[in-house]
Write a protein of this length. Structure first.
Length: 486
């Protein structure tokens, strides 16, 4: 199939340089604006997106072939996360203020000077937007929201899968930023692969965020690390999001598990970074029988030809293995369920633990608990690991331990799709799930990616940034001599 999207000219080298230099010029003023003004920009962007939903959603449908309900829900999520970051900015906890007053009797054997620590913005951030979430992980998505919340100007490299939508959303951001009195250069938008690389290598860019393929993300990560001054690169890459079903759970809830799996694999045509790509079930499990009885399940269209081609190649790699068979599905716009054994996966892990970004998953039959645990312990570098078990099941503790070592999010009797934006969310994991496993790209903790701590030692109170002054004029949460204070 061939999809037609509006052509948008690539940003020229001179235009990229001008956009990055404008961001660099804006950095100090944007970082220095009152937290209330920063929050007002974030809330204003959310309001403007809501006001233009009738224009934006049909445009997104045209370019991505995602359904209206899915896009409406995603746009609602995008506004919600912008407002959630605005609340976090007003709270001020992200500054992580710590104050230790001077202490001539400090027990380490020498006097302690007055030390006052807080987070400050890194500087201009480059965001490579995603294809599969044209709102929530794109021009006004989570990386943009978290960078702006941190006090960093943001430059978005638009995804080629929805250029007209990106341009339309970018214009709305420009309007809000200008109306709120933020400096020119606080937001910039560029198009084209070469433009993205040029921006990444520009010395004024202080950090970058990426959501996409392992190959593309790794190439950009290497460029970021190979600069004369390397910069942080927060890449969300690939994940198969394995699911482990114990024998007890398979006996007790086979139909429920099968129904949930089919929904998780077929939703959005499987084009979700948290889609389960490997599901371990007991040999002869009733779960397999339920899947055969219920499937095939229809799916929507793929986002674009490039993603469909990549999905086809990935499926062919897994399907060509001599120990892999088709369980059910795989027709036009149908979810594909492949099947193999734990023995085969353990013997050829790299070939079979392979991400198929689309509506397909691999059912893996294990013989006994020992083989299940061996399979679980062989997993690494995942966004999520899901466990379906019973509270009285002794196997689940060992599975939970293995899962925590392999992934950023561990789920109990639930599916990993439908990622909630919250204060406690963790969307990250060991490489290759992400390039920075200590961070998240979803939830308010994502703001910390674009901050760095600075300590002011023995600086007069009137010269300190307001959050560090003794009277705490902003009322931000602080640690004072190791105790939480306001």
């Amino acid at each position: 199939m061939t999809y037609m999207v509006e052509s948008v000219a690539d940003t020229t080298a001179d235009e990229v340089d001008a956009i990055v230099e404008a961001a660099a010029a804006a950095a100090g003023q944007w970082a220095g604006m009152a937290l209330s003004d920063r929050a007002r920009v974030l809330g204003g962007i959310a309001d403007r997106l809501d006001a233009h939903a009738a224009e934006l959603i049909p445009l997104a449908m045209l370019e991505t072939h995602l359904a209206q309900p899915r896009l409406a829900g995603e746009l609602k999520r995008t506004g919600f996360q912008l407002r959630l970051f605005a609340q976090s900015v007003l709270d001020g906890g992200f500054l992580d203020v710590r104050i230790d007053g001077a202490d001539a009797e400090w027990p380490m054997g020498a006097p302690r000077p007055d030390l006052r620590r807080m987070n400050i913005p890194l500087g201009p951030v480059l965001n490579f937007s995603a294809s599969n979430f044209p709102f929530a992980f794109s021009v006004a998505g989570g990386d943009t929201a978290s960078a702006l919340a941190a006090g960093c100007p943001i430059i978005v490299k638009a995804n080629p899968g929805h250029p007209a939508l990106s341009r339309a959303v970018g214009r709305l951001l420009d309007e809000v930023i200008a109306e709120c009195g933020a400096p020119h250069g606080t937001f910039g938008l560029i198009f084209g692969r070469d433009a993205g690389v040029r921006a990444l290598l520009h010395p004024a860019v202080a950090a970058a965020a990426f959501t996409g393929s392992t190959a593309g993300g790794r190439a950009l990560y290497d460029l970021a690390g190979g600069r004369s001054v390397p910069i942080p690169f927060y890449g969300e890459l690939g994940s198969i999001n394995p699911v482990f079903v114990t024998a007890e759970a398979a006996r007790a809830r086979a139909a429920e598990i099968a129904e949930g799996l089919l929904m998780a694999v077929s939703s959005s045509a499987g084009q979700l970074c948290t889609k389960p790509g490997l599901v371990a079930v007991p040999e002869g499990s009733p779960v397999l029988a339920e899947l055969i009885r219920t499937a095939p399940v229809p799916t929507g269209e793929m986002l674009n030809d490039q993603i469909e081609d990549g999905f086809t190649r990935a499926v062919e790699q897994v399907r060509a293995h001599p120990d892999v068979r088709v369980l059910t599905g795989g027709g036009p716009r149908e979810a594909l369920l492949l099947a193999t054994t734990a023995r085969a996966v353990l013997a050829d892990r790299d070939r079979l633990m392979h991400e198929m970004f689309g509506p397909a998953t691999l059912l893996v039959s294990y013989r006994d608990t020992a083989e299940l645990l061996e399979l679980a312990r062989s997993v690494h570098g995942e966004l999520t690991v899901s466990i379906f078990g019973e509270h009285t099941d002794d196997t689940t503790r060992a599975l939970l331990t293995a899962a925590a070592g392999a992934a950023g999010r561990v789920l109990w009797n639930s599916w990993p799709t439908g990622l909630s934006v919250t204060y406690a969310q963790q969307h990250g994991g060991p490489y290759p799930a992400t390039t920075a496993p200590a961070t998240t790209s979803v939830g308010t903790a994502a703001i910390t990616r674009f901050l760095r701590p600075v300590v002011f030692q023995s600086v007069p109170d009137q010269l300190l940034p307001p959050p560090l002054r003794t009277e705490n004029p902003l009322g931000v949460p602080r640690s004072v001599n190791g105790a939480l204070a306001q």
